[in-house]
Write a protein that binds this ligand. Sequence first.
Ligand SMILES: Nc1ncnc2c1ncn2[C@@H]1O[C@H](COP(=O)(O)OP(=O)(O)O)[C@@H](O)[C@H]1O
Ligand SMILES: [Mg+2]
Length: 310
Amino acid sequence: MADAIEVEHLVKRYGDLAAVAGIDFKVRTGTVFSFLGPNGAGKTTTTEILEGLRRRTEGTTRVLGLDPWDDATALHRRIGVIPQDFRFFDKITPREAIRYYGALFHTNPDPDELLERVKLADKAGARFDTLSGGQKQKMGLALALTNDPEVCFLDEPTTGLDPTARRAIWDVIRTLKSEGRTVFLTTHYLEEAELLADQVAIIHHGRIIATGTPNEIISAHGRPERLRFQASPALAEYLRPKLALPVTVADGRVEVELHDKADALRVLSAVDASGIPWQNFSTTQDTLEDVFVRLVGQMDDGALKSETPA
Ligand SMILES: Nc1ncnc2c1ncn2[C@@H]1O[C@H](COP(=O)(O)OP(=O)(O)O)[C@@H](O)[C@H]1O
Ligand SMILES: [Mg+2]
């Protein structure tokens, strides 16, 4: 099957609030899909609908060809889930927890092998309440893998973790993908999506505002590449009338937008001809974070304007 997850016109209302306001997307089998958005965007709501834990208000959802709500029992045998804010009994050890899950799912996982895969073997016998945040998340991942799932849903698995622990979780996500599993990853960390995801959907106030690969989103919504010089604002004054290109000044830097490749040479020769001193030039391009901040900002501005009485 080409698509592990298919979503069409999904809506979820809580009373008057449309937490998910009509979204569409597909996730190809064996890829990492990142659902990116600020707090309250609708990530967990969507995730839990796909997991068969919440009922949708409208729309169609298919996970592994199944309806998550109507076919929940069949689906739960084939997916792995780490909920947001994963917690477990304080006194249980990772090894015991995996046996417990194995019994629950009627699978027979080897706890030590699973813990090895998530790099938690050294804590197999430690009580849950003595584990660090990162170790707890690894235990959650190990539990999500007890039934050898085809699709893994990870809801903000790295929120609040230190950089080393986050990288360890990223490694596990890469392993899941290399094993051919599909990963549905929600996060509000832009660089996480940029590093791990084949496809990204940016969700804000229940709507998808951009989708594609990180590069596609950047080229569709980012500003053009810019040539940047360390120089006084006088250089910008000199360049503006000479080049029909946007020139900006910020933090002691002059930036010129490039609209095609030949522009770079024109800019450099104009800078040279100016006689104004400058230091190290570089090119700069929007990151997914720049694009995200701008798109979300534009939407919030629009919302404010539409709420302001005339
Ligand atoms: N069970 C619920 N009842 C009412 N409102 C909810 C419920 N769950 C979430 N919401 C609201 O729906 C919106 C989306 O929440 P959520 O899906 O948790 O977002 P995210 O995971 O992106 O932070 C928020 O405004 C939240 O307050
Ligand atoms: Mg959430």
